[in-house]
Design a protein around this ligand. Sequence first.
Ligand code: AMP
Length: 536
Amino acid sequence: MRHTMMPYELTLTSIFNRARALYSNVEVVTRLPDKSIRRRTLGEFDLRARKLASALRRAGLSKGDRVATLSWNHDVHLEAYFGIPISGCVLHTLNLRLHPDDIGFVASHADDRVVIVDDVLLPLFEKFRGAIPNLEKTIVVRLTDAPIPEGTVDYESFIDSGDATESLPELSENDVMGMCYTSGTTGKSKGVAYSHRAIALHSLAAALADTLAISRSDTVLPVVPMFHANAWGIPFAAVMVGAKLVMPGPHLDAISLLDLFERERVTLAAGVPTIWLGILEALDREPLRWKLSPGLRMVVGGSAAPESMIRAFDKHGLRVVHAWGMTETAPLGSVSHVPPELESGSEDDRYAARAKQGIPSPFIEVRAVGDDGKVPCDGRTPGELEVRGAWVAGSYHQLESERDRWTADGWFKTGDVVTIDALGCIKITDRTKDLIKSGGEWISSVDLENELMGHPAVKEACVIAVPHPKWAERPLAAVVLKEGQVATSDELKAFIGAKFAKFWVPDEVVFVTAIPKTSAGKFLKSALREQFRGRT
Ligand code: AMP
């Protein structure tokens, strides 16, 4: 039997046209580098993105050609997020926090033909532009009054060469809409090429009530950069549902963000835990300074959200929504909400559930696979998390050497070590390479970090394995104290000792002024290991 449904391609063009038809008055607000505010609407965005799409085609680019961005989160980057894919070209977001040599590698590997770059980022761009062999055009977005260099094109004049009334090309849902490279802490970045279909479905999933629940009534501020994992797909989902967007530009310190949350009545923000830890510290210091939207939701992902942080934000009336994902999963994989089964249970159980990474979104399947290749299912035995689904990468872009990241039966090996409980809730205990094996027993660095970050004097804590002659490995904790706070190593060990088995307690707690971070703001454990190499 044949189905009787219409053929209908799941593309970004459909999301884009919907916003045009329904939400042209919705605001897109940008805070510029000088901290002034620029207000545009989705109507203006629609017009400008169409002009961009047309200008790209008139400039000779065709389907599948890569157009890169090197930009902060702002309204023009949003135009590129749509204007590039609806033209049939591929949006390639360059991660400006990577080392210039690595950005050059990524831009060359992706074969970028055009780069759209913020004027404030031109000095960085200059450091790697020579590494892009087929670069034809550099288009500069002017966020300041500085003149643009010779040999580049002003973004405004570029889009003026396009015609907003030109019809958009018919696209297939299997066409590539964009690319992101992993910001791997080891080895070279790996590219993932997303289909229109994957991102269209991902956008729908992000709007579900039990995931991020992004809706028309939200004012959404993605702190997570648009150059990292599609800003978690939030710009696409926000345009799809007509949510007001607030783009923070380059100022991502706690005070600047809180000012913007208050000023624009933000209801949903998203970022990595380090951002939220800074915000929490600011709120604790001056709890009455900002009048935030009651129930402001903060999507936290990228690394584990410590339970103590979730509790602490609740005291300020702000709700942490904990999500897990990766570049290879576009990135939304799972989101944590308290399941109804636990609503009548203890408060501790509810918090413990929220600190887990949650249940998989529809169209994402998960399993935890043990060392022996068998699938553990008792909820206690950790195994490597494997995923498959509608927006999970099936390979890397032109990189055969990594084929073994996929199993013979088609699952992607995430490298995260997890347990999955009876309710299907995922709990990450570590990255496979970060687990500590002491005397043959596993110790979770994530659990130790989360506990330490629950201590009132601790701002950040990062736990790594150091070699040990007897136990093979022992945990070492590097701790950053909050401003003006004191704590001793013994005090912190006793604090952890109250919660964990004795052998879990780090042999050493060292105090540092900062923990090295990856380009995405995650703890860079490899750098810390290097720093403490030889420590036993
Ligand atoms: P990336 O591709 O840079 O987004 O990194 C993906 C990795 O970040 C995952 O494989 C996890 O190791 C980690 N990660 C993301 N979200 C979480 C989370 N909620 N809790 C713990 N780790 C996370």
